[in-house]
Write a protein of this length. Sequence first.
Lengths: 316, 325, 330
Amino acid sequence: MTTQGLIAPVTEPLWRIRLRLAWRGLTANWRLFKENPIGLIGLGIILFFALMALAHPVLMATVWETRVYDPIIGYDDQIAVHPAPPSARHPLGTDPLGRDVLSQLLYSTRSEFALGLLAALVSVVVATAVGAMAAYFGGIIDTIFMRIADVVLMLPFIAVLIVLTALLRFELIHLAIVYGVLVGFGGQTIVVKSQALSIKIKPFIEAARVAGGGHWHIIATHMLPNLLPLAFLYMMLTATNAIFAEAVLSYFGLLNIRMSWGIMLNTARVSGYLLAGPDYFHLIIPAGAAISLLCSAFYLVGRAMDEVVNPRLRKR
Amino acid sequence: MADTVLSVQNLTMHYTTRKGDVSAVDDVSFDLEKGQALGLVGESGCGKTSVAISLIRLLPENARILGGHIYLDGTDILALSEPEVLKIRWTGISMVFQGAMNALNPVYRVGDQIVEALQTHFPDKSRAESREIVERLFRVVELDAAMIDRYPHEFSGGMRQRAIIAMALSCDPQVIVADEPTTALDVIVQDGILKELREIQDELDMAMIYISHDIAVIAEVSDRIGVMYAGRMAELSDTVTVFRQPRHPYTYALMSAFPSIKGPKRKLATLPGEPPDLLEPPPGCRFHPRCPRATAECRKVPPAFEDLGGDHFVACYHPIEESNG
Amino acid sequence: MAENAPLVEVQGLRKLFPVESGLFRQTHSFIHAVDGIDLKIQAGRTLGLVGESGCGKTTTGKLLVRLLDPTEGSIYVTDPELGQTVDLAGLKGRQLKAFRRRVQMIFQDPYESLNPRRTVFDTVAEPLVVQDVGTLSEREERVANLLQLVGLSPPSSFLFRFPHELSGGQRQRVAIARALVIEPVFVVCDEPTSMLDVSIRTGVMELMMDLADRFGVSYLYITHDLAVARYMCQEIAVMYLGKIVERAETEELLSNPLHPYTRALISAVPVPDPEYERTAIEIEGGIAAPIDPGEQCRFYDRCPLRTDRCGLEDAPPLVDRGGGHYVACF
């Protein structure tokens, strides 16, 4: 069979075409995502928090004196009694150690985001890799992975984290990675594996095999791209839970970090202001609200993404 | 004129989707007489199933009937309210669904499901009487009476289909609509079911609408054939005429596109292009983009569905000439 | 290499699937999906493999492209370029991969046989990529040419579309392009037109026959539709419960069927001619899965012509009854 070079083939470099296609795909998905008000609300909240995180270094560099407003070591000596209620000088008041609450809130946002997203990324990488391999190879590999997943699922999450953090003095990055691995190996692997199994039996996989594709080719070229939408969805949910887990652990003082929303609550608790009445609400509500809002935001985005990823959920 | 048991006139129906309105059925009309078998044939998306579910008024949420009348024995069933429709469903018109294999509830015994259908429509009958009717029905569809108390998974594909036919017959309907009842069955089993349906039809003098994309099956089962394309009826006439003297260009092409195991081996006709997207159907005649005989007239106004003589209806500005002999 | 040596010769091909039963999932019985079949396909010819569901035709197709490994038997494929004959059944690893360039497959479902997240170009170029054939621009050219050949014209407008932007017929053409891009000598087609609309079907069938002529490719055309098999194939083999019961030139088989099952099958096919009187041969019962079948003729319990001999002796072998018309019946 000879092919004549009659047709002018692809005129642009391939990578540019692929980029354009990817962009088109992104905008199409965005359009779908936009239709669901839940997703937009969640995204809005996330953007709001992102602004907060960005606002902090700006404020520190301009309006706020470091000596007073530093979230960790600041101290306002112009006010006699700490914790002080909200005022013009301190919009959310000060904490028992004299530090500005708003500053703490904004400062922590950055690390909360980092934590959530890092944990999510780790969990997705783990779950996708493990789930895809378990589904594709089956047999002993599948069994080993599934037994590990079973063990992870059996363990009470928070209890495990409490034990680990008590023993090992975690910082945020450690927590993110450990959390990601645990969640990745737990329920997510099984979900990814079942999705991978449904892909594995599709004829295009057989076609790839008939063409001569080996295991890794099939996993990388066919299975992973089809698993990624599901993976992104789970990223959002993992972020939610990671932030919440950090809040809990910090609340118990188990983490080796200096400032986070959980630490703010922890400070309130150990100083005895937790149930001290409405005058001290400014010590609890901002951090608590921030945790709830950011967690919910990720969750809402995840829910809206569900409809993008899973065409059957869409309205006709 | 013989007993017209069903008369569909100018039926128009569309589906509302997020992308817009899909014009699934447009101005479809046909009559059905007692004891007659009408075959509705066409490719996917032609609207034949949509017509079927309109007849029995089992429309999904996003479907709207925009106009037309369906007269069952003189009563316009489109004008009936929901509770009134419930009464004529199964007793006036009943349906054998596409994918009927899955229409049986797997956790109930087959006999019980039919009895339940009977009890719903004839609450004054006793269970014993209903049971007897089921036994009679099983005999009619040539199923062993012992299977009445078995579960669907114990039935083979062909047997399940017979059970569904029994259910469709149970309330003594005037019309049965069979939507691709043998499509997923092996050819030998299909033959048995087709024979079954013909015998039942003869015995009970029942009117049947048989829907399929398989022209060979339609040829064997139907007295009259309605050819549908893109939501409209292109041609309607008795079976032999449609095969021997098709006048609509689509019908002509369709007849020549089916390979047969009998007769001389001839080259099959290929139709260029694809069936149109019913979200934005072409103006005028919906077949014009693929029609070798299309002219400017065809692109503007849809042709009327007219009787060209002898109850032979065609919707075309340039029907193929009748050949004598 | 002899002139009339077949391109593909299958001998004694057998595939058994274990049936797990019992508390500890022990294997007691086997499903004899394909039970000792012989086939010969000449270069440039199309053999139709016909049968009802469960007869083993799809399994046979998969065995011939080594998607499944045979339990027993040989698949001899002659590579005309190298002039050597290799037993496909025994190949492994790199040799198997190299031989995949000669044997390809077209699948039934146009909606599922293309990866929804890959462009038409990626899908059709995949065999070239995997087999490391050509440079990127050479591949682009080959794919474009092939798209033109299968009727997806102009190729530039189809190259970077996704499957959901194509119709069923167009998708199947992409599948055909993919199968042929690597220039195989033999393509197994598993009911490639059964899920397409009739007016599209003929176009695809014509295309396949045209390409077969043009490139000298042989097909094994698997289908349950005898009418389609008649149109596409020069020779037809009928399968029943894992065995081939009859094999002959198409017109010979249809006008003079010798095996009772073939007769029943042919008589049951509806004919698109309202004035044709068809009398179907009645056979009882239905098809059951061939689990641990005995040695006797598989059609014994349903055959209207059975004799005591059929029930007592081993299954009749496939014998030439004259002019290349093979039948397995007493």
